[in-house]
Design a protein around this ligand. Structure first.
Ligand SMILES: C[S@@+](CC[C@H](N)C(=O)[O-])C[C@H]1O[C@@H](n2cnc3c(N)ncnc32)[C@H](O)[C@@H]1O
Length: 291
């Protein structure tokens, strides 16, 4: 069910630049499903990332901003039954889905805690702290990482994956008016919500300013064009989650976005323009504390 924003909430969001971003995608059951869909498109990116970060059997790992639990479940596979995973999210509702999925998958070593990871009391002997698409919502990612590093044992791993939305400005092309319009709407709503559009490219600075050793970085993005590629539905569903905030900010109405036909229209434009659809690029950064 989509959620309308109260005028007072919007004024609060727009008037405070030093606070965390409003969770741009909203807090609905559809959004939880969208997170799961998103995870399937980025699953191989995240698995390659954990492999090169050194997430391994027997480790105790903290997953920051677990959402529907996909990253925590992937980590659980990496650490095996002899390791364990603690997932944290400020949204207790989404964690019910995460916990149910962990139980269903038979993981007895995955636990989810509701709270803000920057203030929640957590052990200080984790082997790794990981997070995907979470730093972009935090007012001060440097401060957050500095704090999270205190939850690690010496030699512990810090591994964060985040999106680089600002790069979308470079794909504007005269043959793709619909994509161009979506880029403009999407970037405007993220920017207005206070999210960091360039969090991917900022990861290097954030790691270094948090006092961490220089990270190893990678850049990846799913792209597609073939009929039936799930990326079309995923992008349309992302706009489904964005529409309430877009309406609240006066950026566009749901009639203008016309969600129900959006996936088909994007696919038709890709077919006509022969310009493949670029899904949000993700940048990964990992490092290890001194032993
Ligand atoms: C885009 S979702 C990503 C979920 C998951 N990491 C994934 O990739 O599927 C971001 C999540 O981070 C959570 N979050 C944002 N700030 C947080 C904080 N300070 N502490 C804990 N969770 C936070 C949000 O509630 C949201 O569920």
């Amino acid at each position: 069910m989509s959620r309308k924003f109260l005028k007072s909430e919007v004024i609060l969001i727009m008037s405070n630049h030093n606070r965390d971003a409003e969770y741009t995608m909203g807090r609905t059951e559809e959004e939880t499903q969208r997170l799961i869909e998103q995870s399937q498109l980025y699953d191989d990116v995240t698995r390659r990332f954990f492999l090169r970060s050194g997430i391994a059997k027997g480790m105790k790992v903290l997953d920051v901003g677990s959402g529907a639990g996909d990253v925590a479940l992937t980590v659980a596979e990496f650490v095996g039954p002899e390791g364990n995973v603690v997932g944290v999210d400020v949204n207790p509702d989404v964690l019910k889905t995460a916990q149910a999925r962990a139980d269903e998958a038979g993981f007895s070593n995955v636990e989810f805690l509701a709270g803000d990871v920057r203030t929640l009391e957590l052990p200080d002997d984790f082997d790794a702290v990981v997070g995907r698409l979470v730093l972009l919502y935090m007012a001060d990612p440097v401060d957050a990482l500095r704090h999270l590093a205190t939850r690690l044992r010496p030699g512990g791993i810090v591994a964060f994956q985040d999106t680089e939305l600002a790069l979308y400005r470079t794909i504007i092309h005269p043959d793709t008016p619909l994509i161009n319009q979506l880029v403009e709407w999407g970037l405007t709503v993220f920017e207005r919500s206070g999210a960091h559009l360039n969090m991917g490219m900022e990861l290097y600075r954030v790691f270094v300013e948090a006092g961490l050793p220089e990270p190893t970085l990678h850049f990846e993005a799913p792209m597609g064009g073939p009929e039936g590629w799930p990326g079309f539905e995923y992008l349309a569903n992302s706009f489904r989650s964005l529409v309430p905030l877009m309406e609240a900010y006066g950026i566009a109405t749901s009639e203008e976005v016309d969600i129900d036909t959006l996936a088909d229209r994007i696919q038709a434009e890709v077919t006509t323009s022969k310009r493949p659809l670029l899904l949000p690029p993700h940048i990964t950064a990992h490092t290890s504390l001194p032993a």
